[in-house]
Design a protein around this ligand. Sequence first.
Ligand SMILES: *Cc1c(COP(=O)(O)O)cnc(C)c1O
Length: 457
Amino acid sequence: MEFNTIIEPFRIHSVASIAMTTQSQREKFIADVGYNLFSLHSDDVLIDFLTDSGTGAMSRNQWAAIQRGDESYAGSPSWLTFKAAVQNLFPFKHVIPTHQGRAAEKILFTAIGGAGKVIPSNTHFDTTRANIEYSQAEAVDLVIAEGRDPASLHPFKGNMDLVALETFINARGIENIPVVMMTITNNSGGGQPVSLENLKAVSAMCKKYSIPFFLDACRFAENAWFIREREVGQSERQVVDIVREIAALADGMTMSAKKDPLGNIGGWLALNDDGLAAICRNLLILTEGFPTYGGLAGRDLEALAVGLSEVVSHDYLKYRIRSTAYLGNALAQMGIPVVQPIGAHAVYIDAKTLLPHIPALHYPGQSLAIELYKIGGIRGCEIGSVMFGRKPDGSELPATMELVRLAIPRRTYTQSHIDYVIEVCEEVLKRAPSFRGYRITQEPASLRHFTSEFAPL
Ligand SMILES: *Cc1c(COP(=O)(O)O)cnc(C)c1O
């Protein structure tokens, strides 16, 4: 018999206290930092949904592995343990450890990017896009149309538009496309998964045109679980087997180990091409470290090896996906518009629909994120016109969507924390018509969402 209550498939082993605050205290805290949630002290946050990156809880086996960390400069046993754990899931010939995902991206695009090159993806993550553009290459998003519609219920909204990709390859020329990327799950597109069928089709197209195919695989296990749940013929398979099949379709990958590998820091670049690997290793030595530790300590490598074995557990993944859906479905049921279907790592509230009285350039997402904090101490992240509105030419345009992302750290909050969030959201919904817009009083030259200051209108 299956019961409805989602129990966390773990017991708490070590705790971090949450300091309780009142609404009037929080109103002062947020005003003091110019209404920018990134500038808050995290001790003044009750439920921190800013990101799921590096914010998860490690298991006692991961902490035990940290004690085994061997800090030899070259050829450490911790390196061999890490490499074996990566290759067990992703059997690429070369594994290059980095301190974060973006370091892997920086190395890869320094090697293969450059002026005149174009790199298509379903949707590039912001650091991926930034590293491509920094190399003077162009980053292009070719996700299916359903992936841009918050209300569409397509089961794999992260899929690549295959017709658009083939047209793109023919228009731009094989010689100008050094790689085709796929982000699984599609983080910037609402955390939506990519189907195995679509991955196979993209892989086949890349083979046909002899273009390398790389995965941005930060949430590979969550994506594989969605394949098992939603794709015809996959429901009896082990997640590890689905992951290995996905890896076999690609020529390489970039990874942030702060996501599904259950680490607080780390990343890697993995690939089959010997010549490219040699170039990347030399770049690694220049900026990250020796090839057997990259940007990491031996103890980090040990913790990640254990994390990789834990994240493919069906009990864990079932809990992870169901507990995120529990929050998303509760918000949808009370009438808060959320991006559908609910993804794995976050719930995205559609602030444009919730706050129709606030124009895009008065930042409805920022207004909602501030109220979630003031009313309930919940810290989310605006993904809308604050983040994307300022164009390189200095003009300001509304973003396509005005979202507030509630990203769920892995194995960190319990169901009662989530029930509290749901209660806060009920109050937010009631008070929504009274929320006001904001204006920016101070703004940096780029990536303004991190440091801008705001004032209420
Ligand atoms: C987090 C993330 C990255 C960048 O990784 P960092 O470890 O934060 O540098 C790249 N791609 C995707 C899809 C991500 O979610």
